[in-house]
Design a protein. Structure first.
Lengths: 112, 113
């Protein structure tokens, strides 16, 4: 069966520091991958999605970037964090051609 | 692009009552409508979904209905239990030929014993 991992689970970083969050999926090939951000008590904002290695689409221009160096690995990065980057970051995957998305356990990021 | 509105933002019911959450969407080309349940501090979990060629779908105590003409869909939970307390999100498939979802803003459901 398919499994999605995210790490770290929690992170506290100072303003201006870099960021790297990782997501990996097991048990499937060539998944669609997604990064979402959820601010405290808010909805799900799609940040990036990817249909394959090296193929990244950005939904919202901001302080973040994403990369997909391997088929089942998706990385979210920032060179300099802002206070507004705090939130719950969720990675999700779906089978190519299907809409059902399944979320990872998330990373709770606090920028201080 | 697609826009999804969700109501109410908060819903309080007594255990055993029914709960209904409603969503409207803007893009008539949307054809997939899932519902997710998110418990506090946890990931959203897909609980039920419906496609545009179906008007209603049931799974035990939960059901989803879709009205394509009016562009709205609803989640119905019967015989609510305290463990149903969570935030529920609706979503609709976005446009652009890619399997993207646009989410509603969420409904916090509180079931009191």
């Amino acid at each position: 069966s398919q499994t999605i991992h995210q790490w770290p689970a929690t992170l506290v970083q100072p303003v201006g520091s870099p960021l790297s969050l990782e997501c990996t999926v097991e048990g499937t090939s060539n998944p669609n991958l997604y990064w979402y951000r959820q601010a405290a008590g808010r909805g799900l904002q799609l940040l990036f999605y990817s249909v394959g290695i090296g193929q990244i689409s950005s939904e919202v221009p901001q302080n973040l970037s994403a990369s997909r160096p391997q088929d089942r690995q998706f990385i979210l990065s920032s060179k300099k964090l802002l206070l507004s980057d705090s939130g719950f970051y969720l990675c999700a995957w779906s089978v190519t051609g299907r809409y059902e998305q399944y979320f990872g356990p998330g990373t709770r990021l606090t920028v201080t | 692009g697609e826009n999804v509105e969700q109501h109410p933002s908060t819903l309080s019911v007594q255990e055993g009552d029914s709960a209904v959450i409603k969503c409207t969407y803007s893009d008539s080309a949307s054809n997939y409508f899932p519902w997710y349940k998110q418990e506090l501090g946890k990931r959203p979990q897909l609980i039920i979904d419906i496609r545009s060629n179906v008007g209603e779908k049931k799974d035990q105590r939960i059901a989803v209905t879709l009205n394509k003409t009016a562009k709205h869909f609803s989640l119905h939970i019967t015989e609510t239990q305290p463990e149903d307390s969570a935030v529920y999100f609706c979503a609709a498939s976005g446009a652009g030929g890619f399997q993207k979802l646009v989410f509603g803003t969420g409904t916090r459901l509180l079931v009191s014993p």
